[in-house]
Design a protein around this ligand. Structure first.
Ligand code: SF4
Ligand code: SF4
Length: 361
């Protein structure tokens, strides 16, 4: 059976912590080697990850070093850079060139939401995607999704040809009003789709939990790490074929591949406990940011939005001060709103930045 842990190539180890594109390729190679040696094969990249460098890293760490049959790669079509119909092919073939691959095992439309679906439709991306599959350039096709359950239902009804859907599911968002993980999961199951899960650890928030939650998990099983609860929560759900974890160091690879080698789904009791942990955590974090970085790409002031929100959640002023040496300050925001159009979590970023400035500046 395919192992259900996928290597997310969005939060890779960096040689310069303030430069998202400075991937530490040598360390990544070691991580990839361990991952493959332990029987895991699935890798998830995208056009915009690591300031556009993630797909090159696939080439360096995988394509040049392993036979094609040894690994599975997913990449995605972004909607931001699309201005003409020709852009779809231009980006797709550039992605093949960057990764050194001749086809993608999975290819998805990236981060569909209620705010950008019109754009994907305007550029006829669904039909184009089906053509790519028919041409043998994309093995299985679908989309990653950050919209409402209503939109998900509509799309899966309109495009039954799609194989797979990638959803944000974790025990914190399971019943949240914004993400509504449970409802999206139920809809995907009803449509008979295979499901890939992203953000199972909610951008690291479910790895660094309050003391009370740590103790609860430890008492339940002292051998298991805190993030293992989040990954197992996701992996045990119906129709889930893969759970992505954005791994940034070797320790994370060793931990994740350890408990996922012989994966045991949560029992009903453990599932309820994870949901209870989610309730405790959601009462504490101020801003539900996953740190994905999509917003910063569009910011004319180069404000490190996600990292600032992380600092605010942790009440870490020294971290904020250190980041402002490289990025625009929270108070530099000119309220243009570009960031909010890109945020898959639909956060009121401009308002939150005011809180950051008030707290830290
Ligand atoms: S609203 Fe502020 S933070 Fe957002 S993109 Fe514009 S300048 Fe950057
Ligand atoms: S504010 Fe939104 S887009 Fe920016 S890092 Fe957080 S979740 Fe991602």
């Amino acid at each position: 059976m395919t192992k259900k842990l996928g290597f997310g190539l969005m939060r890779l180890p960096l040689t310069d912590p303030n430069n998202n594109g400075s991937i530490d390729i040598e360390l990544l190679k070691q991580m990839v080697d361990v991952f493959l040696q332990r029987g895991f094969t699935y890798f998830d990249t995208a056009w915009m990850y690591c300031d556009g460098q993630s797909e090159y890293a696939v080439n360096e760490a995988l394509t040049k070093r392993y036979p094609r049959s040894a690994f599975t790669v997913t990449s995605k079509l972004p909607n931001g850079p699309l201005t003409t119909l020709e852009d779809r092919d231009r980006i797709f073939y550039e992605q093949l060139r960057k990764t050194g691959l001749s086809y993608f095992d999975y290819y998805l439309l990236h981060a569909i939401g209620d705010q950008n679906i019109e754009r994907f439709e305007q550029f006829d991306c669904f039909r184009w995607l089906m053509e790519k599959k028919a041409q043998g350039l994309a093995g299985r096709i679908g989309f990653s999704f950050h919209g409402t359950p209503e939109l998900l239902d509509k799309l899966l009804t309109k495009y039954p040809q799609l194989d797979v859907v990638q959803l944000q599911i974790n025990y914190l968002d399971w019943e949240s009003e914004k993400v509504r993980s449970r409802q999206c999961h139920e809809i995907a199951v009803r449509h008979g789709k295979d499901i890939i899960i992203m953000e199972p650890v909610r951008g690291g928030a479910l790895a660094d939990v309050p003391e009370k939650v740590k103790m609860m998990f430890k008492n339940a099983d002292s051998k298991l790490s805190v993030p293992s609860w989040a990954i197992r929560f996701a992996a045990g759900l119906e129709n889930v074929i893969m759970v992505l974890s954005g791994m940034s160091n070797l320790e994370q690879v060793l931990d994740n591949t350890g408990y996922m080698s012989d994966f045991k789904p949560l029992t009903d009791e453990e599932f309820k406990m994870a949901l209870f942990a989610g309730e405790i955590i959601s009462g504490q974090a101020e801003i539900a940011c996953t740190g994905c970085g999509y917003c910063t790409e569009r910011c004319p002031k180069n404000i490190a939005i996600g990292q600032y929100f992380g600092a605010l959640n942790k009440k870490d002023k020294p971290r904020y001060d250190a980041l402002t040496a490289y990025f625009g300050k929270a108070s530099d925001c000119i309220q243009c709103g570009q960031c909010e159009k890109a945020c898959p979590q639909q956060l009121p970023i401009r308002g939150y930045l005011k809180s950051v400035a008030e707290r830290f500046e």
